[in-house]
Design a binder for this molecule. Structure first.
Ligand SMILES: [Zn+2]
Length: 387
């Protein structure tokens, strides 16, 4: 409540300054014999721009964005009509033209505050549910997929290291925990980052040993290497490129869950429309498929966040979270590297699009939105323990 009064006070100060500018311009234009309405409108428009920035930074302590500018201009369009009607009403009632604007501004300011409060503080609809955020922390080998000669360790690790650092910074900033599916290759070549992942409370799961050439024996080998390196048990597995994996072997090696399934139809990549959308048990190993939207099974994995408009991605995520009670998705460190600056890697547009700093902003926006609605971020192991 106290914050509400403070924001009202700040609103009054900004509003009074804007009104003073408005009235000053109006008064000066009257002195040079401008028509009353024209003088009033000119004053209104000039104080409008300054008011927007002051309202964003000062009244509601948030960054000015185009979206907010549209909301602000929208609320002002109505407000403007209100001003003109009131002005002419008061003049018609015989109120002096130097007094009428002051009355108009007083009444309009109260109406405007109510509208603006809705624009900036529209209460987000709460969602009860768990969010499973994961990062396939592997040596960057995507150029190999596009016919480029590439050494994932010698050349790719720098990209992976950069991206992993960005991801950890983002999670730290938001104060949440996630799950890192690491390849043994990555772990052995970036022990300092593995230490940070563990130190900051994230879960380490296995993403095999060699991302480019997975072998059946990597299921056990990666677990052994990761556990030795982190000093913590590894409970989960995700096969490189989400390829199929022998569930019996996972069970024998003591894995509690498998997150190697994307139950979407992505031509040339995944064809799993016959698989369940949500978690299920197979041979006593919990299967946690990547989330797709209900009914149409629109994939909500990393490529979707690159290429959908942010509002669409967020709205599909919220819908899926409400429908399923949980939401599970995955990204890669290299998405947070400015891939667009390297045409020699021959990456398609859909991978380069928004890669680098924009992905950081997008990921953060998704996290902050879900946090503000009360969703709970958990690791895969925490989730598995409740099933
Ligand atoms: Zn991978």
């Amino acid at each position: 409540m106290r914050e509400k009064y403070r924001s009202f006070l700040r609103f009054c100060i900004v509003g009074c300054c804007a009104a003073a500018v408005h009235y000053g311009i109006y008064y000066m234009l009257l002195l040079v014999s401008a028509p009353v309405n024209a003088a009033y409108i000119a004053g209104y428009l000039i104080s409008f721009i300054g008011n927007f920035f002051a309202t964003s930074y000062f009244t509601f302590s948030s960054r000015p964005t185009w979206g907010r500018f549209v909301g602000f201009a929208g609320s002002h369009a109505l407000n403007f009509v209100l001003h003109i009607i009131l002005l002419n009403l008061f003049l018609w009632l015989g109120i002096h033209r130097l007094i009428a604007p002051i009355l108009v501004m007083g009444v309009a300011m109260l109406v405007q505050y109510a509208v603006l409060y809705l624009v900036y503080h529209f209460p987000a609809r709460a969602i009860e549910g768990k969010v499973l955020l994961s990062f396939d922390t592997e040596e960057y080998d995507v150029p190999l997929e596009h016919g480029v000669e590439w050494d994932p360790i010698a050349q790719g690790m720098e990209v992976s290291r950069f991206g992993t650092t960005r991801i950890l910074d983002c999670l730290k900033e938001c104060g949440i925990h996630a799950t890192f599916f690491c390849t043994a290759n990555f772990a052995q070549n970036a022990p300092e980052l593995m230490a940070r992942i563990v130190r900051e409370g994230h879960e380490v799961a296995s993403h095999g040993c060699d991302h480019w050439q997975p072998k059946p024996e990597h299921v056990i080998e990666s677990k052994r290497i990761l556990e030795q390196l982190t000093g913590q048990p590894v409970y989960g597995y995700r096969q490189p490129r989400m390829f199929p994996v022998d569930i019996q072997e996972l069970k024998q090696q003591g894995y509690a869950y498998n997150a190697s399934l994307n139950p979407a139809f992505i031509p040339g990549r995944y064809m799993h429309l016959d698989m369940p959308r949500t978690w299920f048990y197979k041979q006593e190993v919990l299967q946690i498929p990547a989330s797709v939207s209900p009914w149409l099974r629109i994939p909500l994995f990393w490529l979707a966040l690159h290429n959908f408009p942010l509002w669409l991605y967020q709205s599909l995520v919220r819908r899926t979270l409400r429908h399923d009670g949980y939401f599970n998705t995955y990204f890669h460190p290299w998405e947070f590297y400015p891939l667009g600056e390297h045409p020699e890697w021959k990456l398609p547009f859909i991978i380069r699009h928004h890669a680098g700093a924009p992905m950081y902003e997008r990921l953060k926006a998704v996290i902050v939105d879900l946090q503000s609605r009360g969703a709970e971020f958990v690791t895969y192991h925490e989730f598995a323990q409740t099933k």
